[in-house]
Design a binder for this molecule. Structure first.
Ligand SMILES: [Zn+2]
Length: 335
């Protein structure tokens, strides 16, 4: 089996997680967090079967096209949840394993939670049986749990495609669906959604984490964003991380699908001084990978599926052997 794996596979993988929690109270609302037992099982598997390497090593592979050992895996965590300090960092430090956390600096600076939390919590917990959101001109029935889940999915989809000023309006409107007392109670219940502050980020950095950018406002850098907004997101996040931690060489694009990295964003990432950009498009790092459009594999909670995705380029899905390239910027000129 290992022989086949080596035959088909040509390079390291970058895995991405969000958070790890002892208890998942509401899987619909806390879907970004892995139960700690599942996380420990995955890391134990990687320690026995792979070599866990720092993100700098992956960057070196991307630039030099050397050392493309398919046994190598890098661990990354998006958003900057407080449980990265409370649970992830102590575990990985005990095993002396390198890891990277991509933080959204406005959330770190101001203690805000992420849009998905405000939208999901408001729609799943409001007492109203229907809601009209003026910001997107849509009404939703909220009579059943199924209604609420589909309304949440529709609003989250709208947010993912919206320019940043509209995202703020949608989130503000959703926040109005619950009283401040409701929010205080739900925030306490779902403490897993809390972001680190800068003191926490400095602490995880001292515990071995490389800190990278995940934009300033967790802004999705699709083609509907204004160019100056894209540059602001990149520059602001990079300079805040450099001021607080010392260095910021890498970015993980929020949401990270192909449509979430516009040609403007792709060009801006290079011109603002980042050394590499990571997507959430699955694949391996190989000699044709674009370092500003590097693939990552989502670490799903189910162990069998996790192993399948980790080894996927063997035989099951040959499309993943296709090189991952960044958006075509030739018409606008490359940097
Ligand atoms: Zn994110």
């Amino acid at each position: 089996m290992q022989k086949i794996f080596r035959w088909w596979s040509r390079g390291p993988r970058v895995l991405f997680y969000h958070g790890v929690e002892e208890k998942i109270l509401d899987p619909a609302l806390q879907s970004l967090h892995l139960p700690v037992a599942a996380f420990e099982r995955q890391i134990a598997f990687l320690r026995s079967n792979r070599e866990i390497v720092p993100i700098d090593y992956v960057h070196e592979c991307l630039t030099s096209r050397r050392n493309l050992d398919p046994r190598c895996v890098a661990l990354t965590f998006d958003d900057g949840y407080k449980n990265n300090l409370r649970i992830v960092a102590p575990l990985l430090r005990a095993w002396k394993l390198p890891f990277t956390i991509f933080v959204s600096t406005k959330h770190i600076s101001e203690g805000h939670r992420f849009p998905g939390y405000y939208i999901g919590t408001a729609i799943l917990f409001t007492k109203s049986k229907s809601v009209h959101l003026r910001s997107i001109g849509r009404s939703f029935r909220l009579a059943t749990q199924a209604d609420r889940l589909s309304a949440r999915a529709a609003v989250v989809t709208a947010v993912k495609k919206a320019p940043q000023p509209l995202v703020k309006k949608i989130v503000a409107e959703c926040k109005e669906l619950l009283s401040s007392a409701n929010w205080a109670e739900l925030d306490a219940t779902f403490y897993s959604e809390e972001a680190m502050n800068w003191e926490d980020v400095r602490q995880v950095h001292q515990m071995g984490a490389t800190i990278g950018s995940h934009c300033h406002d967790h802004c999705i850098l699709h083609s509907s964003q204004q160019e100056d907004e894209v540059y602001r997101q990149l520059n602001e996040s990079k300079s805040r991380i450099e001021n607080n931690v010392g260095v910021c060489s890498y970015i993980a694009y929020p949401n990270g699908k192909a449509e979430d990295v516009s040609s403007v964003a792709y060009r801006a990432t290079r011109s603002t001084g980042f050394c590499a950009g990571f997507t959430s498009i699955p694949g391996e790092i190989n000699s044709t990978s674009d370092r500003f459009f590097a693939p990552r594999i989502f670490a799903v909670p189910d162990f069998e599926e996790f192993c399948y995705l980790l080894n996927q380029t063997r035989v099951q899905d040959r499309t993943l052997l296709m090189p991952v390239r960044g958006p075509d910027v030739t018409q606008e000129g490359t940097v």
